[in-house]
Design a protein around this ligand. Structure first.
Ligand code: LLP
Length: 429
């Protein structure tokens, strides 16, 4: 069963009524299902089980400590991109030997912190970075494991702002530069280049970009090995898609069926860094309607208490998120997905907006939803990935609280920020 489901037109997360949570916490509130998170994690594990695979949950998608702990307890490793994310992964109980560190701008301080904690490996994105890792590791008398992040110049056919594997993107090392690293690799006394990494973007709705990248990587790996480099790991990144609309999308097995033959041919251990796939559809954002408003041009606005500072994706990427009342009189058939259909009786077409002073503070434009009144609750679906993680306190709005549901119980896993939190760290001159 879907972990977020309507029973008699009332929304539940696992065994808990959303409105019961809201009575205690207020809104806006992020609510996650533990079962959904673990099911997705296990789906991926099963899809890649034929080969030795380390799943490294991408902390940037949802960095809440308790969410990371749920995954650490299930055996997940972590993909981090900053000292702060590494700190979180370790605090959550992540095993250092399963933590990979990506990012184009690691500082010496971050490199040292990672080496002090004996992480699994760095995904290095430039020659300059490898030289810094080598120097820092040298001073610490350690050897750093490194995977070269390859930029294969492949279009992942995703949003321009979230594509990472094209030649104009800042990410990774192109194959021509990577070849020069083969020659240099022996001069890096404190770096062991033992893997290759590729992450093409997010979300990717077809397996073709992965296949096209792997074709290039296979050729490159052979060159590395011929030159005596011992490449044991292939990190295929993340980017696995989820359904934001209720429509069927490709599944972990569809990816692994086409990816695994390359891995087997290359005889590598696999690392993969899913974020969205695990948490995206495992969380919702619940908001209250503050006002209904209509202008003389016939445009209707539902103004709610969540805003772009709480969930940035619609403003930043024009991302579609299903939105539907937590309780409604409109009955949906089993085949319908709430928040995606046509206007029916009792529904109207509105813009669903937040209170922030920006015209981009819009969750949905011209969206058909049941008529709502002040105080009604709306659920914004598929908000578990890059939701809270990208939130801010813009307009001096305290950030929402976060709740984790486990069967018929729920837990506050992050308290709502207060006005005092907003100014903590600021002093009056
Ligand atoms: N590995 C690397 C190196 C990454 O940069 C990312 C995401 C991932 C793994 C995880 O990708 P996922 O499995 O979650 O697709 N804020 C955007 C997404 C940005 C993704 C950044 N990198 C959004 O809300 O759609």
């Amino acid at each position: 069963m879907n972990d977020f489901h309507y029973k008699q037109n009332t929304l539940f997360c696992e065994g808990v009524k959303i409105s019961d949570i809201v009575s205690e916490t207020g809104t806006p509130v992020y609510i996650y299902s533990k079962n959904a998170i673990l099911s997705r994690f296990n789906d991926l594990r099963t899809a890649f089980q034929e080969v030795d695979t380390t799943i490294c949950f991408s902390v940037k998608s949802n960095s809440n400590l308790s969410i990371c702990k749920v995954l650490a307890d299930a055996g997940s490793g972590f993909d981090v991109v900053s000292g702060g994310e590494l700190f979180r992964a370790l605090k959550a109980g992540g095993k250092p030997s399963k933590i990979v560190f990506a990012g184009v701008g690691k500082t010496d301080k971050e490199i040292r912190y990672a080496l002090e904690n004996d992480i699994f490996m760095f995904n290095a994105e430039s020659i300059a970075e490898i030289e810094h890792i080598n120097a820092v590791a040298g001073k610490m008398k350690k050897t750093a494991k490194v995977a070269l992040r390859i930029n294969p110049d492949i279009d992942a056919k995703t949003h321009a702002k979230t594509t990472t594997g094209k030649k104009e993107n800042k990410f990774g090392i192109d194959l021509t530069v990577a070849e020069t690293i083969i020659e240099k690799s022996k001069t890096y006394k404190n770096v062991n280049i033992c893997g290759l990494h590729v992450h093409l973007g997010s979300p990717i709705y077809s397996v073709d970009p992965y296949v096209n990248a792997l074709k290039k990587i296979t050729v490159f790996i052979q060159k590395c090995r011929k030159a005596g480099m011992n490449i044991q790991y292939l990190n295929i990144g993340g980017g696995y898609c989820i359904s934001y609309t209720g429509e069927e999308v490709i599944k972990p097995k569809d990816y692994s069926a086409k990816i695994l033959p390359f891995v087997k041919e290359m005889q590598c251990q696999v690392i993969t860094e899913p974020g969205r796939f695990i948490v995206g559809n495992s969380g919702i954002l619940v908001t209250s309607v503050i006002y209904n408003k209509q202008n003389s041009h016939g445009k209707k606005f539902v103004i709610c208490d969540a805003a772009m500072n709480d969930l940035l994706r619609p403003a930043l990427y024009d991302a579609f998120h299903r939105i539907w009342p937590v309780k409604t009189n409109i009955t949906m058939s089993d085949t319908e997905t709430p928040g995606t259909g046509e206007v029916k009786k009792g529904m109207e077409v509105v813009d669903i907006v937040g209170p922030v002073c920006e015209s981009s503070d819009v969750f949905a434009k011209d969206r058909a939803i049941p008529q709502v009144d002040e105080g009604d609750l709306l659920a914004i679906f598929s908000a578990g990935a890059y939701g809270f993680a990208m939130s801010s306190s813009y307009n001096s709005r305290p950030r929402p609280c976060e709740i984790l549901v486990d069967k018929d119980k729920y837990f506050v896993i992050r308290k709502r920020e207060t006005y005092e939190d907003l100014i903590a760290g600021e002093g009056l001159l």
